[in-house]
Design a protein around this ligand. Structure first.
Ligand code: MTE
Ligand code: MO
Length: 428
């Protein structure tokens, strides 16, 4: 477990659900180790100096030595993306966000998960073009300068690969939240509403679908329904205040809020309007869900409600019984999170978690619940409900409905086991 605050001891009179600040600090100071009580208020004479001097300093630091573009503290060197299973070829790789080490809902740009089907192209924005053609009145070719001149929008949305959670089979006890849920990130995306650009080219009434194509070696392409394009699709050139990272699609990507990550085409170079879906490889052979009866679900765009506890989670350890704040993330591609419930007994009983503002549609929502661990075995689960009323299913219910042939769209409830010694692991 990484540097967490020392927990307070349970209140002798029974720990309240939401301990007051004084109760937390009061009981913390009574602990023998960890938080050290300092001999306070003993006058200027200097006798009774604190037994332990905290390592703060009054020395002036050196002149500015930090790099022009700042980096995390060297003490945070373990907070990094982690490659997923060895890729078939080196360029068809993915790497996960370290969700268990992050706070709040925003993913720092350097930790955004990555999924590349054919490597990361190096694109000079001055050379880049976006062509919009097909069933339009005026086919147009845009430069990045053109795109930056349009009125812009900024919105915070999650992006999740539909292959994120390998929950259908083959889970490992050693898995961390990064390995079970790390193909998930959340940024403020800035760009041009796709509807604004479509106004410029004049989509014909018979145009129902748009082919979006990337400028990478995979020429990744997907068909997007016109309703989505006109609703909340963004042609993004910035994330979290700065221009896109190369691995996120610099200089231009599509962002389709709430849809499976695959459809948010990176290094976007072409949009073609048509009257039917284009039946690309990524929506026929890939990104379909084979059902038990041998038929396949196609065009399963929306990521359904899902959640994961990020503390305590797999690979972490609780040092001793006492107070902990259970915390995690919930999201839904259909809208906002309405409720998150938490079980510490493997789903027998549930308590409602606090949701941290802001609670935004198609965005990660942070949840929290105070918990006193009694030192015994526990199985932690979280269950999200979104504002359509949909409730995240248990794994068994999901498999009952969809069988075991699928590789995508696993949104079942995640279980973490807390062992009596405090070690936390993935429930297989
Ligand atoms: N051009 C292109 N777009 C792409 C991909 C790709 O390989 N090439 N991968 C897709 C997949 S499968 C996902 S999950 C997301 C990943 O986006 P990220 O790497 O920014 O996290 O981008 C999608 N867009
Ligand atoms: Mo993906």
């Amino acid at each position: 477990m990484r540097d967490r605050k020392r927990p307070p001891a349970p209140d002798a009179a029974g720990t309240p659900e939401f301990p007051t600040r004084r109760a937390i600090l009061g009981s913390a100071l009574s602990l023998a180790g960890g938080v050290v009580a300092i001999g306070a208020g003993r006058g200027a004479a200097g006798q009774d100096a604190p037994a332990v001097v905290p390592p703060w300093t009054r020395e002036q630091g050196a002149a500015i030595t930090s790099p022009p573009y700042g980096l995390p503290s060297p003490f945070e060197k373990g907070v990094v993306r982690k490659p997923r299973t060895p890729p078939p070829v080196p360029t068809a790789a993915s790497s996960g966000t370290p969700l268990q080490h992050l706070h709040g809902i925003i993913t720092p740009n350097g930790l955004h998960y990555e999924r590349h089907h054919a490597g990361v192209p190096a694109i000079d924005p001055d050379q880049h073009r976006l062509i919009v053609h097909g069933l339009v009145d005026r086919p147009l070719l845009f430069t990045m300068d053109d795109i930056l001149r349009f009125p812009s929008v900024s919105r915070i949305h999650f992006l999740e690969c539909s292959g994120n959670t390998p929950g259908w089979s083959g889970a490992k006890e050693s898995w961390t939240a990064q390995e079970t849920h790390g193909l998930l990130s959340c940024c403020e995306w800035t760009g041009v509403a796709l509807s604004t650009l479509l106004d410029q080219v004049g989509g014909r009434p018979e145009a129902r679908w748009i082919l979006a194509e990337g400028a990478d070696a995979a020429a990744m392409s997907r068909s997007v329904p016109i309703e989505k394009a006109l609703d909340d699709a963004i042609l993004a050139y910035a994330q979290n205040g700065e221009r896109l990272r190369p691995e996120q699609g610099y200089p231009l990507r599509l962002v389709l809020p709430g849809y499976e990550g695959n459809m948010s085409i990176k290094w976007l170079r072409r949009l073609k309007l048509g009257d039917q879906p284009f039946q690309t490889r990524e929506e026929t052979s890939k990104y379909t869900d084979l059902m038990p009866d041998g038929r396949a679900r196609q065009f399963t765009f929306v990521m359904e409600a899902k959640s994961v506890i990020t503390f305590p989670s797999g690979g972490q350890a609780l040092r001793e019984p006492g107070f902990y704040e259970i915390s995690g993330l919930a999201w839904s591609g259909h809208g906002s999170i309405r409720r998150v419930e938490i079980s510490t007994d493997g789903g027998r009983s549930w308590r409602e978690a606090q949701l941290q503002d802001p609670i935004l549609p198609k965005c990660l929502t942070r949840f929290r619940l105070p918990w006193t661990w009694d030192g015994g075995p526990a199985v932690l689960q979280s269950r999200a409900t979104d504002d359509t009323g949909y409730v995240q299913p248990q794994r068994a219910a999901l498999i009952e409905a969809r069988g075991l042939n699928s590789g995508y769209h696993f949104n079942g409830i995640q279980s973490w086991r807390v062992q009596p010694g405090g070690a936390v692991s993935n429930v297989v």
